[in-house]
Design a protein around this ligand. Sequence first.
Ligand SMILES: Cc1cc2nc3c(=O)[nH]c(=O)nc-3n(C[C@H](O)[C@H](O)[C@H](O)COP(=O)(O)OP(=O)(O)OC[C@H]3O[C@@H](n4cnc5c(N)ncnc54)[C@H](O)[C@@H]3O)c2cc1C
Length: 508
Amino acid sequence: MSRDRRRARHPAPRGRSGATGTGRRVVVAGGGIAGLAAATALAERGVAVELFERESYLGGRVGGWTTTLPDGTRTGMSRGFHAFFRQYYNLRALLRRADPDLGVLTPVPDYPLVDAHGRTDSFEGLPRTPPWNALAFALRSPTFTARDLLRVDRRTALALLNVRVPGTYEELDHIDAREFLDRVRFPPAARHLAFDVFSRSFFADPRQLSAAELAVMFHLYFLGSAEGLLFDVANEPFHRLWQPLAEQLGRHGGTVHTGTAVEAIEPGTRFRVHTGAHVTEADAVVLALDVRGLREVVAASPGLGSRDWRDRIAGLATAPPFLVRRLWFDRPVEPARPAFLATGGLPPLDNISVLDRFDSDAASWARRSGGSVVELHAYAATGSAEETGRALLTRLHELYPETRTATTVADRSEWRADCPLFPPGGFPRRPGIETPVEGLVLAGDAIRVDLPVALMERAATTGLAAANRLLAAWGVTGHDLLSVPVRGRIPPLRLLAAHATPRAPQSH
Ligand SMILES: Cc1cc2nc3c(=O)[nH]c(=O)nc-3n(C[C@H](O)[C@H](O)[C@H](O)COP(=O)(O)OP(=O)(O)OC[C@H]3O[C@@H](n4cnc5c(N)ncnc54)[C@H](O)[C@@H]3O)c2cc1C
């Protein structure tokens, strides 16, 4: 339940209550969060929706499949741990369609952040409301000293207190996150914990990430929201998150085709959507694809869009690869280990989760075997998959020494590079939801939406907003969107920030 009374509501255009009887048909390409959000939002308004997903499962990067362990157990596998923050209003509203009490999510009591010197920060028991949350975090943190705080360049740091979208991009997009932090003169130790963890959650080294993206994230998670700094996790394997939503879509008359890639789109009086030998006609198309899928479909559809728009799609970049390594051990880890531990300055490790603490499949395997299921993440990997995997295990042995003598019963790795990169200077060319083609809209976490959202919440928000665009064009009421407040929530600091001129850009 939301506790932030200052969250912002963005009303959808009003019109008729539904499109039933108009015969409108929409193809949604991509069955990740963005595609599922768009398809659900359209189907609920009586639009006939067909969703095509390339993989055999729904959920995209938060999708799940099953794997068989050497002992014969069939268990859930995925790209791994995801944090569902309380301010993910639109994503939660989507999940609630099929799970009104959000029973599939479980709160994590804390997520300590540990650095190479063993210093640990914690989010447990902090006040919820900014700026008290940030102040309390800083005051009790072993990585901040009063001297460090006094050294901070307050004029530059003020940008973090007056985040607006797109204003913050105009101010900060030209510099990278590392340079911004240098200008803020953030203490290096605290930076690892408070900022690098955020920036690496965008799968990029801070030198490859737009400072504006970092600032928006800081606003969304820290200074702009009073939902608290803790988050929920899925207590079921991921495929069980999306199946109920697909069934709900079916109840609204929608159809889902998994294992079916969209190959090309022909514009015309109606769109012709090519999936292998089959062609589906539609009045509108939502492309809710990952970066590679979007680039490929647009490249294979020569008549689609303007030259400039096609170039912008072709120019979208993916972040470096990441590795998720999941290990099934024959013995438990120490009871004091947290469900989730984030790390800073311990490359290539970014976090460790003890999956059997919250995931039902992992928990039942651990109960039966007396073992544990541990997952390690490395984002923005610089070595090969093998090197990264080995280094992750070494880090686990250092941090959780009890795993050194454990026997590995099963070992699964996911080495992928399918997250968008938000490089410095990239924002002006980032494609938005609308396209030059009437009836064609985009959605996904790589797509621009002028609201303070990121990652899974950006995927859900762009999906709903894409559906709203189509519904508005047909005179049908859309779906209201929610977000954290759209600018810094502390008026005097906001005023101060507005008057502090941003530093002149430096060349890159
Ligand atoms: C390891 C990891 C950890 C993460 N942790 C977090 C976290 O803690 N919190 C958070 O908020 N976010 C997290 N994220 C990010 C989050 O997963 C994404 O932001 C979100 O899932 C993106 O959803 P999407 O719908 O935009 O894209 P996707 O999930 O990529 O969906 C796109 C879909 O399009 C399909 N597709 C591609 N081409 C075609 C085609 N030609 N035809 C049909 N279908 C096609 C793909 O198969 C995919 O299913 C994490 C991501 C990873 C990888």
